[in-house]
Design a protein around this ligand. Structure first.
Ligand code: NAD
Ligand code: DAU
Length: 348
C-alpha cells in the first residue's frame, strides 16, 4: 500500500495538501511529520485528524537519527517535502534557522530516503516543494521559466536554492527519483499572519496601520493555495522523474494594488464606509534586498499535466477575507504571545 511522508503538513500549504490527499485517497496512508514551530498549527488539521489513513508525528527534520528511525518504522513509498522556515523577513533577522531546516533538514531527508530505499527505487518518489524566489528578481518584463538561472538574493531564497541543488545532486549521484516544483506566492485560509494578506486582514480588523514596504510597487504572482495543493498532487503522481515544474497563478499584482483591493473587500464585508481602510495604509522602511518582481511562466505544467489555476485573485480575495473574518478565534490564538514580540520587532 502507498504510504507517503508529508513534511511540514501542519503549516499553511501542507495542511491544505493533507486535507486534499487524505480525503481523495482513502486507500493510501499519509504520515505528517512536523516540528510544530510557530508556523505549524495542529488546529489546521482538525477536520481530518481522526481519519484512519492519517497519522501525525511530531519531529524535527534536522534530527537525522530520528528520521532514520521513522523511515525504518514506516517503509514510506514516497515523500512530499514542504517543511521549511518560510518567511523572508525572519530569514533576514535569523538566517541560521533557515540554513538548518531548509538546507540541513532537506539533506537529512534525502539521506534517510536513500538509505531506506537502498537503491531499489521502483515505485518510489521524493518530491521537493520549492519556491520561485530561487530565480531572483525580475524587471518590468519577462517570466521565470524552468530554465531561468538561479539567482537567490535573500537568506530564505538562498537556503531554498541550496536545497534544490542538493535534491538534484542526490538524483544525479545516487539515482534518487526526485521531482521539484517552484511556486509563486500562495494565499488563502490558515496562512500565518506574518505574510502580507493575513497580516493586512488582521490589521484592518483592528483598524491598525497597514505597513506597505517601500513604495508598494513590488509585484508578486498570487496563487490560491488549493490550486497549489492540486498541482502538488498531480506532479507527485504524474510529473516526469527528474523534472522541475513551475507553478504560478497568472495573477500579477503590485503590493499596493493588492492591498487596495483587499481593503475594499474587507470594508464591504464589515459594512464599513468605502475607502475607510485604505486610509490605514502606511509606507514603511523597505525590506533589505527586496525583490522587485516575481512572475511565473506555468506553460510546462499546463502542457504536460493539464494543470491551470482555477481561482482568480478577485474571487480568491473574497474567499480569503471571509475565512479570516469568520475565524477570528484562530486569528486571535495565533497572534497572541510570541507574535506580538515578532510584530513589535519587525514593525517597530
Ligand atoms: P509554513 O511556514 O506555513 O509551514 C512550514 C511548516 O514546516 C510548519 O508547519 C512548521 O512547523 C514546519 N517545520 C519548520 N521547520 C521544521 C523542522 N525543522 N522540522 C519539521 N517541520 C518543520 O510554510 P508554507 O507557506 O506552508 O510553505 C510550505 C513550503 O512551500 C515551504 O517549503 C516553502 O518554501 C514552499 N513555498 C511556499 C510558498 C508560499 O507562498 N507560502 C510559495 C512557494 C513555495
Ligand atoms: O514567491 C513565493 C514566496 O512567497 C514563498 O516562497 C515564501 O515562503 C512566501 O513567504 C512568499 O514570499 P514573499 O516575501 O513574497 O511574501 P510576503 O507575504 O512576506 O510579502 C509579499 C510582498 O509584500 C513582498 O513584496 C513584501 C511585501 N510586504 C510584506 C509584508 C509582510 C509588505 O509590503 N508589508 C508587509 O508587512
Amino acid at each position: 500500500m502507498a504510504k507517503t511522508l508529508i513534511t511540514g503538513g501542519a503549516g499553511f500549504i501542507g495542511s491544505h495538501l493533507i486535507h486534499l490527499l487524505v480525503n481523495k485517497y482513502p486507500g493510501e496512508q499519509f504520515v505528517n511529520l512536523d516540528a510544530l514551530t510557530y508556523a505549524g498549527n495542529p488546529e489546521n488539521l482538525k477536520a481530518i485528524e481522526d481519519a484512519p489513513n492519517y497519522r501525525f508525528v511530531k519531529g524535527d527534520i534536522t534530527d537525522f537519527a530520528f528520521l532514520e528511525q521513522l523511515f525504518a518504522e514506516h517503509q514510506f513509498t514516497g515523500v512530499i517535502h514542504l517543511a521549511a522556515e518560510s518567511h523572508v523577513d525572519r530569514s533576514i533577522a535569523n538566517p541560521m534557522a533557515f540554513i538548518m531546516t531548509n538546507v540541513v533538514g532537506t539533506v537529512n531527508l534525502l539521506n534517510a530516503a536513500k538509505n531506506s530505499w537502498q537503491s531499489d527505487y521502483s515505485g518510489k518518489r521524493f518530491y521537493h516543494v520549492s519556491t520561485d524566489e530561487v530565480y531572483g528578481s525580475l524587471g518590468a518584463e519577462g517570466l521565470f521559466t524552468e530554465e531561468t538561472a538561479y539567482d537567490p538574493r535573500s537568506p530564505y531564497s538562498a537556503s531554498k536554492a541550496s536545497s534544490d541543488h542538493f535534491v538534484r545532486a542526490w538524483q544525479h549521484t545516487y539515482g534518487l527519483p526526485v521531482v521539484i516544483s517552484n511556486c509563486s506566492n500562495n494565499y488563502g485560509p490558515y496562512q500565518f499572519p506574518e505574510k502580507l494578506l493575513p497580516l493586512m486582514i488582521n490589521n484592518i480588523r483592528h483598524e491598525k496601520p497597514l505597513p506597505v514596504y517601500g513604495d508598494g510597487s513590488n509585484v508578486r504572482d498570487w496563487l490560491w493555495v488549493e490550486d497549489h495543493a492540486a498541482a502538488i498532487d498531480l506532479i507527485f503522481r504524474e510529473g516526469r522523474e527528474g523534472e522541475t515544474y513551475n507553478i504560478g497563478g497568472n495573477n500579477e499584482c503590485s503590493n499596493l494594488g493588492l492591498v487596495h483591493q483587499l481593503c475594499d473587500v474587507v470594508d464591504d464585508l464589515l459594512g464599513r464606509a468605502p475607502g475607510s481602510s485604505r486610509k490605514l495604509i502606511t509606507f514603511v522602511k523597505d525590506r533589505p534586498g527586496h525583490d522587485q518582481r516575481y512572475a511565473i511562466d506555468a506553460s510546462k505544467i499546463k502542457a504536460e499535466l493539464g494543470w491551470e489555476p482555477t481561482i482568480g485573485v478577485e474571487e480568491g480575495l473574497q474567499r480569503t477575507a471571509k475565512w479570516y473574518l469568520n475565524n477570528t478565534e484562530w486569528l486571535e490564538r495565533v497572534t497572541s504571545g510570541a507574535y506580538r514580540e515578532y510584530y513589535a520587532q519587525q514593525y517597530q
